[in-house]
Write a new protein. Structure first.
Length: 300
């Protein structure tokens, strides 16, 4: 895994990396709301997975045909970690949890845990050494996430709350794996899309699909949100951010996700926002910004 240090995609300018991260977070917030919305429809998580990965797999066909389904220069372990971390496994865990959890809480538990898990993997496995400001950020994230977890233990949706940090950890694994894969953002997105689509086809064959019975209007919304924006644009944009800024700093922008998801949940889904959600979102967002080093002194 460490031996793979190719960088065929090249390093993007820092400004491009920031733009990619910002675009990603905006789309993620919309993805949370769109996925949460499907909880009241006939669309299941397998149906959503078919849309999310089928659209980019089709659009990026020339890319994955060129690289091959098993690129020679990419170790199989890295490919497995990438597909699991941001592909089929991640999506099924996250979508199931989002269906059972208010959007405001999803923003904190998923958006907050994601950079924390990314940073911890960097520390434990790759020997990164955080400064005091990052450590303070970790503490704030833990406090914000713990606040929501404690709040949820008395409710009926505790399973969803517990699964979101697990989904965040999967995404953190993908972030580090992609960083060391040597793939360009388009190549990485194409491989994840085609493999995840094939996995969802298998799941649909075993467990069935309800896509044929869902109104076209509902499917069109998910094609836009899941397939085009989340599955294609956000994946490529995040890949650009990781290439330019590094995995840990690229995750800094998820500090915006809790706030955006909370506002969107209230305005678009009619969800009530209580003081626990507001405080948890603010604490987590501040902690993420600190923990990823975006405010730390720069080393010359």
């Amino acid at each position: 895994m460490v031996a793979v240090t190719l960088d065929r995609g090249g390093a993007a300018p820092v400004a491009t990396g920031y733009a990619g991260a910002f675009v990603t977070v905006l789309i993620w917030a919309g993805w949370i709301l769109a996925t949460r919305h499907t909880a009241g429809t006939a669309l299941g998580t397998i149906d959503l997975g078919l849309i999310r990965y089928g659209i980019p797999a089709l659009i990026l066909t020339p890319v994955w045909l060129k690289t091959g389904l098993l690129p020679r220069t990419l170790p199989l372990l890295l490919l497995l970690l990438m597909v699991a971390g941001s592909g089929a496994l991640f999506f099924q865990v996250a979508a199931f949890a989002i269906h059972a959890t208010p959007a405001s809480s999803v923003g904190v538990l998923l958006g907050g845990s994601m950079p924390l898990a990314t940073a911890l993997i960097g520390i434990v496995i790759f020997g990164e050494r955080p400064d005091r400001m990052r450590v303070a950020g970790f503490a704030a994230i833990v406090a914000g996430v713990a606040l929501l977890l404690a709040r949820s233990l008395a409710g009926a949706t505790s399973a969803g709350y517990a699964l979101l940090p697990a989904a965040a950890t999967l995404w953190a694994i993908y972030t580090h794996a992609f960083r060391r894969s040597g793939l360009s953002p388009l190549e990485g997105s194409a491989l994840i899309a085609i493999w995840s689509f094939l996995i969802h086809l298998l799941l649909a064959g075993v467990f069935g699909s309800t896509l044929a019975s869902v109104p076209l209007k509902a499917i069109a919304l998910q094609i836009t949100s899941q397939g085009l924006l989340s599955g294609l644009v956000a994946m490529v944009a995040y890949g650009v951010a990781v290439r330019s800024l590094g995995g840990t700093q690229a995750a800094a922008f998820t500090a915006l996700t809790p706030v955006l998801a909370m506002i969107g949940g209230a305005m678009l889904l009619g969800e009530k926002i209580g003081p626990f959600e507001i405080v948890a979102a603010i604490i987590t967002a501040a902690g993420v910004a600190l923990s990823t080093g975006i405010l730390s002194p720069r080393k010359v």
